[in-house]
Design a protein around this ligand. Structure first.
Ligand code: KIV
Ligand code: ZN
Length: 511
């Protein structure tokens, strides 16, 4: 069957970063951008340059570093200063796009913008024309398009294309649409906008009703040829359409859609892990494509079928998405070479020092735990990534807990560059709370715990526990992750990571 290729526009670094608690540093954004380039996305929306100097800097650096490998896009309202800022930030990219947006629905016109339809059209045209000073690759979004009167939507779209927009993106900003409604909106535009063939129609669906992927795919059936999406479905409120889901739906049901993407699907799982580690947003266990259970077959009848023929219960092969599962990998007698090979096979490039550290932890783990799985190794490696910047390390801790005792923790810590061991103790509601308080006392920060999650990395009573925490210090959110077979130790490591991030931030703010 003949097929067309669709544009995958990733907005993890812009809309995804707008998820509460998901903000990333510039270094982290660069790491995600590199992964997105390797994943093969066609466009990276790197940020909203006018939003803050940090956003501007991140877009500028991503444009410089990756703008010769893929299209780098910056968001701007239809305002002169926004567009100038986006144009400046994108200068270093050989391939760049400016994405201008302006709300068009009656609700937004009346209550937010207080503008008439004519004023909206004039402002949209002006925005697109100004963006032409910086690039010919211009995207225009009528924000809240899914709730905009169809006639007016056609009019704005036509004028934006006539002014120079090469992509018209139709956002379901509040996740209100249904697949049939969204199909009809795209179809209507295709049939009623006279110059529609001069632009690519794009979708940008939010997931408030859990329909973002379904709506995006309905739009593709109606003729959209760009999908805006994010890794792990991150984004404002309930998020955006998940990149891994739309890509695998198009690939698995190519018989139905007849559409290809340029995505290297084997990178989907590692990219999802990376974004989850950096943002601290854990991926729900049963999430399609990249959840821990996405390829786990529990029921006996399913396992029996799988043994006869995988296609009985498997529509995608785990290896096609780079899934790291419960493969039994190595034992404590495995040597360093076998370990290094496995690490490389899992997609990590670690220096010798790091290999040695993780190998030692692996041997210690193999001593405690009967079976060590790929997922254990990934968890051990991920717990080390980015830690070189940490100011405080935990030498040891001790807790006292149980019925009829006051939960108490003692910690011994060291500050980077100093040999002095600082000791302190605290009491709490339980041993974990006591450790958190003792860590705060030594570092001298008071934090509010806003999220705490624990999960087992593999199965069995001896499984590694992974703890994710999110804290708030002076109104800013920080996250941290720790793994250990002992969940108090995993919690301490996670909390310390988050406190270290907060300490580094307050130090850089104070010069
Ligand atoms: O959801 C939305 O409407 C947006 C626009 C900026 C495209 O994110
Ligand atoms: Zn959005």
């Amino acid at each position: 069957m003949s097929s067309e290729t669709i544009t995958i526009f990733d907005t993890t670094l812009r809309d995804g970063e707008q998820s509460p608690g998901c903000s990333m540093t510039t270094e982290e954004k660069l790491e995600v951008a590199k992964a997105l380039v390797e994943l093969g996305v066609d466009v990276i929306e790197a940020g909203f340059p006018i939003a803050s100097p940090g956003d501007f800097e991140a877009v500028r650096k991503i444009a410089e570093r990756f703008g010769d490998q893929t299209v780098i896009c910056g968001l701007a309202r239809c305002r002169e200063e926004d567009i100038t800022r986006a144009g400046e930030a994108l200068k270093g990219a050989a391939n760049r796009r400016i994405h201008v947006f302006l709300a068009t629905s009656a609700i937004h016109r009346e209550h937010k913008l207080k503008m008439t339809k004519d004023e909206i059209i004039a402002r949209a045209v002006q925005g697109v024309e100004q963006a032409k000073d910086y690039t010919d690759n211009i995207e225009f979004s009528p924000e809240d398009a899914a709730r905009t009167e169809l006639d007016f939507l056609c009019e704005v779209t036509e004028k934006a294309i006539a002014a120079g927009a090469t992509t018209v993106n139709i956002p379901d900003t509040v996740g209100y649409s249904t697949p049939t409604h969204f199909y009809n909106v795209i179809r209507h535009l295709k049939e009623n906008v006279p110059n529609i063939d001069q632009a690519v129609i794009s979708t940008h669906c939010h997931n408030d009703l859990g329909l973002a992927v379904a709506n995006s795919l309905a739009a593709v059936e109606a003729g959209a040829r760009q999908i805006e999406c994010t890794i792990n479905g991150l984004g404002e409120r309930a998020g955006n359409a998940s990149l891994e889901e739309v890509v695998m739906a198009l690939r698995t049901r190519k018989d139905h859609y007849g559409i290809d993407t340029k995505i290297n699907t084997q990178k989907l799982f590692p990219t999802s892990r990376l974004v989850s580690r950096i943002t601290g947003m854990t991926v729900q266990r049963n999430k399609a494509i990249v959840g821990q259970n996405a390829f786990a077959h529990e029921a006996g009848i399913h396992q029996h079928g799988m043994l006869q023929n995988r296609s009985t219960y498997e529509i995608m092969r785990p290896e096609d998405v780079g899934y790291v599962g419960q493969n039994l990998v190595l034992g404590k007698h495995s040597g360093r070479h076998a370990f290094r090979d496995r690490v490389q096979h899992l997609g990590f490039q670690l220096d010798e020092d790091m290999i040695q550290r993780v190998f030692e932890e692996f041997i210690a783990l193999a001593d405690k735990k009967k079976d060590v799985y790929d997922s254990d190794i990934v968890a051990l490696i991920e717990s080390h990534i980015g830690e070189s910047k940490e100011q405080w390390s935990l030498e040891r801790f001790h807790t006292l807990a149980g019925t009829d005792v006051l939960p108490t923790a003692t910690v011994e810590m060291r500050r980077e560059g100093s040999d002095e061991v600082i000791r302190d103790a605290a009491t709490g509601d339980g041993p974990i709370d006591a450790v958190f308080k003792a860590l705060e006392r030594v570092i001298g920060l008071e934090a509010k715990l806003t999220d705490y999650q624990v999960r087992s990395v593999s199965s069995g009573k001896d499984a590694l526990g992974e703890v994710n925490v999110q804290i708030e210090v002076d109104g800013e959110k920080y996250h941290g992750k720790g793994v250990n077979t002992d969940i108090v130790a995993a919690s301490a490591a996670a909390y310390l990571k988050a406190l270290n991030r907060a300490a580094a931030n307050s130090e850089s703010e104070n010069g």
